[in-house]
Design a protein around this ligand. Sequence first.
Ligand code: ZN
Ligand code: ZN
Length: 654
Amino acid sequence: MIKKEETIKKAEDNSSEPIFSRAQTNERHAPRKEELPRPGPATAPANAATSTIGEQGGARRRGKSRNKFNDRRPKLATQRRLPPTGIHEGKMGTPKDVEAGDDTLKVIPLGGLGEIGKNMYVLEYKDDIIVIDAGIKFPEENMPGIDWLIPNTKYLETKTQNIRGLILTHGHMDHVGAVPYLQQRLGNPDIYTAKLTRGITLKRHLEFPNLPQLPITLVKGGDIVKMGDHFEVEFFHMNHNIPDDLGVLVRTPVGTVIHTADFKFDPNPVNDVPVDFEILKKYGDEGVLALLCDSTDAERTGHSISEQTIYDNLELIFKEATGMLITGTFSSMINRIQQLVQLSEKYGRKVCFGGYSLKTTVEFAKELGYIKIQKGTEISMEQIHNYPREKLTIIATGAQGEENAQLMRIINKEHRHISITKQDTVIFSSSVVPGNERSVQYLKDMLYRAGIKVYHYQMMDIHAGGHARQEDLKQILDLLRPKFLMPIHGQYSMMVTLGGLGKEKGMLEENIIIADNGQIINMNKDQWWFDKKAAPSEYIMVDGLGIGDIGNVVLRDRQVLAEDGMFVIIALVNTKTGKVVQSPDIISRGFIYLKENKELLSHVRKKIRMIIENEKSRPLNIPYIKDAIRDDIGQFLFQKTERRPMVLPVLIEV
Ligand SMILES: [Zn+2]
Ligand SMILES: [Zn+2]
């Protein structure tokens, strides 16, 4: 019961925010009578009152005709089937010249293709499997109340005994954030990663005290680890906007596969050394069968920006800045934090960290030596009032417009210690993750309304800039000279653009693999093809403590509540006479303003009375009456308002 109310409350709280898309316009046509077993509100599930308990419980309660009715409801936008890629129509199914039963290497992307986030790539040969990364993704805008999306690991869950290792390339949440949710489902495999990534992963793990400890083996560039009978894994150092980024080379019986990790080439990295091109060239000379390559910045021309350039740009802001400097960032943006600290020290500003995750990340990054702060630079929130504003830098969370993050609270005047004035300067020091554009825009507008000086990534190169751009991508293709190129870690347009760069470099179109999550790519040393079967890839949602328990029924309820609100009918029925005692109570949220719709409500009350009192069977068939109320009142409300609130009838027998 509590859960149901919470769900409703959440939707209500959000109702003032125009953050839910109205994409499902097809749901808004009036239901056609001849199509439906019973006319009614197309979106309100028959089991609305119980559906929040879980998809299973709800489905069981549904009658036969109900199921049919529900099946007809349009699919969620989130389930929309993407059109086939069209690029490799001939690549589906085993080619004729390949003998059935031949062993192939399977590459299976379980997340990260056609999206930014929830990265997970699987390599499988016979009974050996290695998994690379386990990341989270921000929920879509039409997923109210969902915290995170994680990779769908169903394919792996029956094969956990074959998993030889989980490799974590670097410490960003789109690569390590799902470890607490998935590690058990994968059978608690050995984790291989570098020092900083281990620190970040373990720190996050502390938030899940009930989970067993993580078996982590530390590796660094140059280390070679045998995994199972068929894989030899060699790690190599890459640059990104976080230190300790590891590329992964896997020698397999059919050839060598390289996963670049998120990377850029940076001659001047922060707390790090540049990529060793000689090593990459050596790999190229050895021969690379397939390159799984970061495509995030494939649409940008030129070279990626060095961390030094970012530092120089940030310095310009520090020189100009009056008042307090407030920067929004991710807690895992270790490099950016280091640069902001260094500049604050140079310009005599004290630094205060805002946000729990940021503070703890900084603490252990300091311990590990990845962030260096002079004694006396860091101050606590309580101390900021002791310093003039122009002597302060606040490094806070919330550059993505996250609702509860520090930056949003400061701007909404909800922060306990920090207020903002016209003299202050705000820096958005990370790029906008696709899908967060609107909330970031809102945040930006709020700042402009307050007359505050804002620097964001489009104005200067102070953004993340952690990914290889076209010239770097061409360079890595030159160094590694792979036979197959598979763009990963990107929206579809980014992946296709990287594929185009491969062609520019003389690769055959048929050797470029543009895939979707869940597709199983078979490789031998000569060719690749898609399996006719695919691994499950639908979204797994995390809401609070629940992982994957929010199914489509629950999500649909939330969307209905978010779009058209709810309409609760409470009626007292005399069991003997079947008469309605008193006038039924009506409670509505997010649907119409009751006081201004008295006439509509009196019609509704009359209809309810009619529906109940027309039911002649004794004892009263309560479930039947509820269904009838839900459908008939839903239909009536739609006729009158063209809205489809969730109708929840409550019948109390007296
Ligand atoms: Zn990254
Ligand atoms: Zn990433």
